[in-house]
Design a protein around this ligand. Sequence first.
Ligand code: ATP
Ligand code: MG
Length: 230
Amino acid sequence: MLRLEKVRVRFHDQLVLRDVSMKAASSRTTVLIGRNGAGKTTTLRSIMGLLPLEDGRILFDDFDLATVPVHDRARLGIGYAPEDRRLISDVSVEDNLLLPAVALSFAAFERKRRLDEIYALLPEIAVTRKRAAGVLSGGQGKIVALGRALMVGTRYVLLDEPFQGLAPVLALSYADTLARLRQTRPSLGLLITESTPKLLEKIVDSSLLIERGEVTELTKLIGSHTAAAQ
Ligand SMILES: Nc1ncnc2c1ncn2[C@@H]1O[C@H](COP(=O)(O)OP(=O)(O)OP(=O)(O)O)[C@@H](O)[C@H]1O
Ligand SMILES: [Mg+2]
């Protein structure tokens, strides 16, 4: 379980997260819906330890992430695909995927095991493995960013507006990929931000609304697709 308790984040004189309390259960898909500037990215960056909290706590399986340095959060099994992908354009797709594994000094066999798993799950990027990330289409780049988050995200994956900037047909295909991920990794917790959550209808278990830095729970579906799939 990933849980935020009264998290407060401020940029200068602007309070951007106002006592945000929310949870993202493991084995479930939680969608955080909000307009531009509502605080979606700030929420995910706070979880990853990229922003200091003015107040509140972020708990991962009941221990406080404040005690876990940023570089060790990925080691806990939390992967993050930022809004803007941040792939290294002149480096191959495969090396982009491996970057977090190298940063965390995974053994060679473990790197290969995870890479094989990602290619099996995302065959559309397996065929691009030797290409420079910079020549990929926007849709392919998004999938590589997802693959990179999955390299370390064995427990949770945080996706920031995964469909943003994608043509409708590519967004649909990405949504299908997420549905496949949901089935192949049922224990994975997904926390996804979106402004229009329509494409996530098939996989969402819990919807949260963020408005001006305040989060409210919209729905909580009991007996989800994940339970049915298990
Ligand atoms: N580094 C920063 N310095 C100052 N203000 C910031 C910074 N990052 C975000 N903000 C402000 O915090 C608020 C929330 O921003 P955030 O990026 O979390 O929103 P968002 O919901 O992700 O929006 P978007 O849909 O545009 O991605 C906005 O008012 C934004 O201007
Ligand atoms: Mg954002």
